[in-house]
Design a protein around this ligand. Structure first.
Ligand code: HEC
Length: 146
């Protein structure tokens, strides 16, 4: 490695910080930018809308269940292979403490670089619409809140 590359490399390591180096124990899920945290779920009042939940449930089973688990407890069939594990959405108070905009943002854009959750929004492989993603947010709230 040439000298001129060493300094930037060192700098980027320190920017990434402890959380990345010790992926696993120290990892924290990234927080959405303010503009997302401020967003309101257009379906916030539809937590008991069976048609909506059925539709979103199909997406959940196809795209999310293998990691987050049928029950949302993070124990999907692929979870054991992930270095960074999905959190347990069903832990009492967990979803109550997370804004809709945070759930929306991660589902839209994906998790942190070192986590293996890709984004599902427009232009991704899954290519779900923002509307579909709000329905997924509603599904998670309706089914997994404890
Ligand atoms: C390959 C496994 C995998 C799949 C598939 C997956 N996730 Fe994730 N998910 C994760 C991991 C790992 C994290 C932690 C991300 C991080 O730390 O950056 C996460 C984080 C999240 C969070 C953030 C919770 C918080 O604390 O802010 C939400 C919401 C979420 N996932 C929803 C979904 C939805 C909805 C789907 C399906 C459309 C999905 N995930 C598909 C692995 C997955």
């Amino acid at each position: 490695m040439k000298i001129k590359y060493i300094l930037p490399a060192l700098l980027s390591i320190s920017f990434l910080g402890v959380t990345t180096v010790n992926a696993g124990d120290e990892h924290t899920v990234p927080t959405a930018p303010d503009e997302y945290l401020k967003m309101e779920n257009p379906y916030a009042d539809e937590l008991e809308n069976e048609d909506l939940l059925k539709q979103a449930g199909k997406f959940y089973k196809r795209k999310c269940k293998k990691c987050h688990g049928t029950k949302g407890d993070g124990k999907g069939s692929s979870a054991a292979d992930l270095e960074i594990k999905p959190l347990d959405f069903t832990e009492p108070g967990f979803l109550a403490g997370i804004k809709d905009g945070q759930l929306f943002w991660i589902t839209l854009k994906g998790g942190s670089e070192e986590a293996e959750m890709e984004g599902f929004g427009p232009g991704t492989d899954a290519n779900l619409s923002e509307d579909d993603i709000w329905k997924l947010v509603t599904y998670m709230r309706a089914k997994f809140t404890k």
